[in-house]
Design a protein around this ligand. Structure first.
Ligand code: SF4
Ligand code: SF4
Ligand code: FES
Length: 227
C-alpha cells in the first residue's frame, strides 16, 4: 500500500501550492512545477543564489533563508531574491593598498553604517555582519576578512540595510586585500614551487605521463601509504 503524505500549503509569488512537508523550499518550488533558471546554483548552501525571504501566516516577523537549505513550513509566504543591486566598486587588486583608506575610497558609504544590526539578523550564514562592518569602519581589514570568511554573497544583508550598505562587497574587497597582501606566506609551498620550476620532478612526471592505465594502476597500488 502506498504511504499517504499529508501535504502542507505554501504560497509562491502569492499563489497557493500544496507540497510535501519534508521538502526544501527549492524542491517544493520544483515539485509545484517551477523550472528554476535564476535563483539556483549549487543546491548545497555555498553559492548564495537562492536567497529567500518569507513570512508565516499570522506572524509579523520576516524570516530569511536559503531556498536550498530551508525546509518548508505550513502557510509559508515566499519571495525569492536571486540578485540584489548593491553597489560594487571596480578596482585592480594589484593597484590598491591594504589599508583603511582603500576601503573608504572605494566604499565611502561604509562610514554611514548605523550599527543597527539588521544585516546580522538577515544573514543565513549567521555571520556577525554588523561586527565586520564595524571592523571595516575601523580599517581592520584582517578582522573583516576573518569575520566574513563564510559569506556566500547572497545579498540579504544589503536588502535589509537602512543605510544602503553593500556589506558583502566591502567584505570581499577585504578578503582579497588580506589574501594578496596580508596573509602569511606558506614557505614550504614556495619551496616546492621552486623545486618544480627548477626541474627536480621533470623526469618523474615524464615517466608517469608515459605510463598506460595499467601502469598507473600498478603505481597507485604500490604507493606509500601512511600508517
Ligand atoms: S544593517 Fe546596515 S546600517 Fe545596520 S548595522 Fe548592518 S550595515 Fe550597518
Ligand atoms: S554577509 Fe550578507 S551576503 Fe554574506 S552571507 Fe550574510 S547575508 Fe549573505
Ligand atoms: S543554490 Fe547555492 S546556496 Fe542555495
Amino acid at each position: 500500500m502506498t504511504e499517504r503524505i499529508d501535504l502542507i500549503p505554501i504560497f509562491i509569488m502569492g499563489k497557493r501550492y500544496d507540497v510535501p512537508p519534508s521538502l526544501t523550499i527549492m524542491k517544493a518550488m520544483e515539485w509545484a512545477g517551477y523550472t528554476l533558471i535564476r535563483g539556483v546554483g549549487c543546491r548545497g548552501g555555498f553559492c548564495g543564489a537562492c536567497a529567500t525571504v518569507y513570512r508565516i501566516k499570522d506572524d509579523p516577523k520576516l524570516y530569511f533563508g536559503l531556498a536550498c537549505q530551508t525546509v518548508v513550513k505550513p502557510e509559508m509566504y515566499l519571495g525569492q531574491i536571486p540578485f540584489f543591486p548593491a553597489k560594487r566598486a571596480s578596482y585592480d587588486i594589484t593597484q590598491v593598498k591594504p589599508e583603511a583608506a582603500t576601503l573608504f575610497k572605494l566604499y565611502p558609504e561604509l562610514l554611514r553604517c548605523l550599527g543597527c544590526g539588521a544585516c546580522t539578523k538577515a544573514c543565513p550564514q549567521e555571520l556577525n555582519v554588523k561586527g565586520y562592518m564595524a571592523a571595516a569602519m575601523r580599517g581592520d581589514i584582517a578582522l573583516v576578512a576573518n569575520l566574513s570568511f563564510d559569506c556566500i554573497l547572497c545579498g540579504l544583508c544589503a536588502a535589509r540595510c537602512p543605510a544602503e550598505e553593500p556589506q558583502y562587497n566591502v567584505a570581499i574587497l577585504s578578503r582579497r586585500l588580506y589574501g594578496r597582501y596580508m596573509a602569511p606566506r606558506s614557505e614550504h609551498l614556495r619551496q616546492r614551487v621552486d623545486e618544480i620550476e627548477t626541474g627536480n620532478y621533470t623526469a618523474e612526471i615524464t615517466a608517469l605521463k608515459a605510463l598506460d592505465r595499467n601502469g598507473l594502476v600498478e603505481r597507485y597500488k604500490a604507493r606509500d601509504i601512511e600508517p
